[in-house]
Design a protein around this ligand. Structure first.
Ligand SMILES: Nc1ncnc2c1ncn2[C@@H]1O[C@H](COP(=O)(O)OP(=O)(O)OP(=O)(O)O)[C@@H](O)[C@H]1O
Length: 951
């Protein structure tokens, strides 16, 4: 009994020691109890000798009690240790072979210890036996002396059945090697473990099943004379990692991986299988081996050595193999371990084949998530904007800067090479680092498509990117929108410069320091396919280039940054003719096969692989090239989840960005200017700020969502002529005008006379039913419009203050008839003055031989146009040709002042010469669903607008 107790106590002491690592506190308690128990045992023994009979019984009872207590404690501890062991070696590091599959660690995750078997102690739960390898230790395998092997066999739990096949020493060693390699391969990302085998005696040594890895260069063998070279190579590699990768910033790759969330270098495992002769190593080899043993682990270089001497050291785990799958592991204080069964041969070969295939596919793609910081919105943009857009070949994120230098970027690459994707990646990385108070985006895409629309709320996804203030898509025909953005930025530049001056500051960082409560985010304006804006030689190009020049030169100090992207920047004469402007774009980003964005002598883009980019912050100087891999960032899922996350954090009161879609027909009912007119809106908002009625004609092509508007005050010329043959568009303009005017008189107070003079307008006029006040609206047709005009012309002086709006659809369809009509039935008040004469001018007296001519319907129209506005009677008419309007006004040479505002549709600029101050007409090339609006009271140059839809 005492003998077996002593053995048991010994065993337990070791088991407790093992569990120490996992359950230190419990173990300490247990050990104290154990010491107490042993002391008590001693005392009991002594007492027993003295009082043999009675005490012997008592002693046995106490010992049984202690045994029981002790067994319970031990069971608890081993169970805890087993659980801890399972946690330490999750997935491929510890799973049984039935369910085993690779579970590659996430980047930056620490490599786990690897299970080889289980610690067996009698009457307790088996505890996983873990061996440290990747980033932790080297492994040295040696053979247990026979006596120890036999003792181990005895120590193994009595209940454990001997396996049917009891492997010998060599096979047990092979099993350890195979198990460690397979688990290491399964826990690392594919391709991240490179194995080298040194097996001069062709022992196999557990390496044979991994042969498929050789196809992908993940397994190499060195021949019998190759040990020296292998060790030298590993030492060189360690030196390189220390100098170039860790570079004094980190003490190990493990630390680097933890800090940066990436692992730039694969692990290298050298399996050295000697034949057991001590003298096999030369002194040089021995020295190199020692070096590697000492310094390799920090650099991801690991040795599994068998049959060769291995220097001792803290980073060497010793595994002594016996027979029958039994081993003793140094780190487990020599406790007896029963190896797990060997991994099935098929599992080894299939895993190796799959890993080789994955590795041959190239490095794991960069992930968009890797560009994002651990915590959002922590950066200040006072000094600039810095964010990565991809990773270099070593997996290091490549930061890209927009600041004083470089202030602006040019991005180029042929179609499909990933410009849009790169912009997404960059925007995501920036938006995650800088809050909307630090950064604002203005985005414009001149190519067809809706690539930037995702940043604005959509039907499927109501979220938006809170940094985005403006999104313009499908603007390929609306260069005016690009110009509007540049004008807006120009204004902002002026505002910032003025504010800086007021604080005696010159730059944004100084302004921010002086005015900490101010809202001075950096602005990034991205214009994709910007060459569309600069194509041609018209006024839009001239003004755009001038504005670009100003923004590029002065924007840098005021935190306004331009990012211009294009498929081909080579053809943009407007830019290349201005080298000083181009020089401001010192950040150059070239995608594969990009032309001209880098200087001629910098040809790196020609050989750039797919999904890579060159970032050059030094105007393309070859030595400043940084080549990087760009992650896919266009994926709606990846992007969507970031956007939603940022959206939920948006500051209170944050407004959705303005979305301008050149392909969409705007709606009057949602136009902010209309909403503020509509009944129920703030009364102060109605009838515009000035109290005069305002007709909204269409959406202005502008950064702000505003309406093109015509103020109908009591001043000469306050009429509108819509010109062109496109009935839908002309009706849309007149309908919007009518609806917006009606909205300003919800309780009556204005008269509407609507004349439908061509069938093409019938539907549009029908659509006004229920919108115009029924009791204040009269509809006329060709057969009674003369009466309308007669009555209106005759009654102008009697109109009083009530406004009267005449909406004449296709008026030119009846003017030939109007010219013949008369005499009028109503009271004549005199002769109609010629158009252009002042309304109050005296009528031309009739000569004695000339009876007073009866005014025709056309005369009445002219009088209304001329004299009406001062009596608050306004014509909003549609003429299908400018020539007809001119004729209706009196023909060539007659004055046109009665038409103070016009909106041209499919009319060429030259046809408008008579109605334009420069006498030559505006530069206007008609395009579908666009009009050119000119109000001589407010415009210097005509502005393009988009009619509101009326259906
Ligand atoms: N780094 C990348 N990784 C994976 N896929 C990419 C990457 N870059 C681009 N792509 C994919 O390639 C396709 C073209 O990319 P993208 O639209 O960004 O090109 P582009 O240069 O903007 O083309 P275009 O000028 O015709 O609009 C897209 O399907 C995109 O998802």
């Amino acid at each position: 009994m005492p003998d077996s107790r002593t053995t048991s106590v010994d065993q337990v002491r070791r088991a407790l020691s093992y569990a120490l690592g996992r359950a230190r506190g419990d173990l300490a308690d247990a050990e104290r109890e154990l010491d107490t128990a042993l002391a008590r045992l001693d005392r009991l023994g002594t007492v027993a000798d003295e009082v043999p009979v009675r005490a012997a019984r008592q002693r046995d009872a106490r010992l049984a009690e202690i045994d029981e207590l002790y067994a319970t404690k031990l069971a608890t501890l081993t169970r805890q240790a087993a659980e801890a062991g399972d946690r330490e070696a999750p997935g491929a590091a510890g799973d049984g072979w039935d369910e085993w599959k690779p579970t590659p660690a996430e980047r930056g995750q620490v490599a786990p210890e690897l299970r080889i078997g289980a610690v067996r102690i009698a009457r307790t739960t088996p505890v996983p036996a873990l061996v440290p390898l990747l980033d932790r230790a080297h492994v040295h395998l040696s053979t247990l002396p026979e006596a120890e092997d036999a003792a181990t066999a005895r120590q193994i739990a009595a209940g454990d059945a001997e396996p049917a096949h009891a492997p010998g020493y060599a096979e047990t060693g092979d099993r350890v090697v195979t198990t460690l390699l397979l688990r290491a391969l399964g826990t690392a990302p594919p391709g991240q473990v490179h194995i080298t085998g040194y097996d001069p005696e062709q022992l196999g040594g557990g390496l044979a099943g991994f042969a498929a890895l050789a196809n992908a260069g993940l397994l190499t063998f060195v021949g019998p004379g190759g040990l020296s070279g292998l060790l030298d190579g590993l030492v060189d590699h360690i030196r390189r990692i220390n100098e170039k990768v860790l570079a004094g910033a980190y003490t190990s790759l493990r630390e680097l991986a933890r800090a940066e969330g990436r692992r730039p270098e694969p692990w290298r495992i050298a399996v050295l299988l000697g034949a057991g002769r001590k003298d096999e190593l030369t002194p040089h080899e021995q020295a190199q081996l020692e070096r590697i043993a000492r310094t390799g682990v920090a650099c991801g270089v690991h040795l599994i050595v068998r049959g060769l001497p291995m220097p001792s050291g803290p980073a060497v785990e010793r595994v002594r193999t016996g027979t029958g799958g039994r081993v003793r592991v140094g780190g487990l204080r020599g406790l007896p371990v029963v190896l797990d069964p060997p991994p099935p041969a098929r599992l080894v070969t299939e895993t190796s084949t799959a890993l080789a295939r994955r590795a041959a596919e190239g490095p794991a793609p960069v992930r968009f998530a890797d560009l994002l910081p651990a915590e959002f919105w922590r950066e200040s943009s006072a000094e600039g904007l810095v964010a990565p857009v991809g990773e270099d070949a070593q997996g290091r994120p490549v930061p890209v800067t927009l600041a004083d230098y470089p202030p602006h970027a040019l991005i180029a690459g042929p179609s499909g090479t990933g410009k849009t994707n790169l912009i997404y990646a960059w925007m995501g990385a920036l938006a995650a680092r800088y809050s909307p108070g630090e950064l604002e985006f203005y985005l414009l895409d001149f190519k067809e498509g809706v690539s930037f629309a995702r940043f604005a709320p959509g039907r499927r996804d109501p979220s938006w990117l809170p940094h985005v203030r403006l999104v313009g898509v499908n603007v390929n025909t609306d260069r005016e929108f690009g110009l509007a953005l540049l004008r807006f930025l120009g204004e902002e530049l002026r505002r910032r410069a003025d504010a800086a001056k007021a604080f005696d500051a010159t730059k944004l960082p100084e302004l921010r320091a002086e005015d900490p409560a101010g809202h001075w985010p950096r602005i990034v304006a991205v214009i994709d396919e910007f060459q569309v804006l600069l194509n041609g030689r018209d006024a839009v190009v001239t003004e755009s280039v001038n504005l670009l020049d100003d923004l590029a030169r002065r924007g840098r100090s005021q935190g306004i940054h331009l990012v211009l992207a294009s498929q081909d920047v080579s053809g943009i004469e407007a830019l290349w003719g201005r080298p000083s402007l181009v020089a401001q774009f010192s950040l150059r980003i070239a995608l594969p096969k990009a032309r001209k964005v880098l200087p001629e002598q910098n040809t790196a883009a020609d050989t750039l692989p797919r999904h890579h980019a060159i970032v050059n912050p030094d105007s393309g100087a070859p030595e400043a090239n940084r080549i990087l891999r760009v992650p896919p960032a266009g994926d709606r899922e990846a992007w969507g989840s970031l956007q939603r996350e940022l959206w939920t954090r948006r500051p209170e009161g944050s407004l959705a960005p303005r979305l301008f879609d050149g392909d969409a027909i705007p709606r009057l009912e949602t136009a902010p200017d209309f909403v503020s007119l509509a009944p129920g809106a703030d009364p102060a908002g109605r009838r515009w700020a000035t109290g005069m009625p305002v007709a909204l004609l269409g959406e202005a092509i502008d950064v702000q969502a505003r309406s093109a508007r015509l103020a109908l005050n009591r001043a000469p010329g306050r009429n509108l002529a819509v010109l062109g043959t496109r009935a839908d568009e002309a009706c849309a303009v007149l309908n919007a005008a009518a609806r917006s005017l009606a909205a300003q008189y919800p309780d009556g107070g204005a008269r509407f006379s609507v004349a439908v003079l061509d069938a093409s307008a019938a539907l549009a006029v029908d659509a006004l039913h229920g919108i115009l006040p029924p009791d204040r609206t009269a509809v006329y047709h060709a057969d009674n419009v003369t009466a309308l005009l007669r009555a209106t012309a005759a009654g102008l002086e009697d109109e009083g203050d009530e406004p009267h709006f005449l909406l004449l659809y296709a008026v030119d369809a009846v003017t030939p008839r109007l010219a013949r009509s008369g005499p009028a039935p109503a009271q004549r008040r005199g002769i109609i003055p010629p158009v252009g004469a002042h309304a109050g001018a005296a009528p031309k007296p009739a000569g004695p031989d000339q009876p007073a001519a009866a005014p025709t319907g056309l005369d009445d129209l002219r009088r209304i146009l001329t004299a009406g506005p001062e009596h608050h009677t306004h014509v909003l008419g549609w003429w299908r040709q400018p020539g007809r309007l001119r004729d209706d006004l009196g023909g060539i040479g007659s004055r046109t002042d009665a038409i103070g505002a016009w909106l041209a549709l499919d009319v060429h600029g030259s046809e408008l010469s008579q109605f334009y101050p420069d006498g030559r007409g505006p530069a206007w090339y008609p395009r579908p669903w666009r009009g050119l609006f000119f109000d001589r009271a407010v415009h210097r140059v005509a502005e393009a607008i988009i009619p509101y839809g009326w259906t």
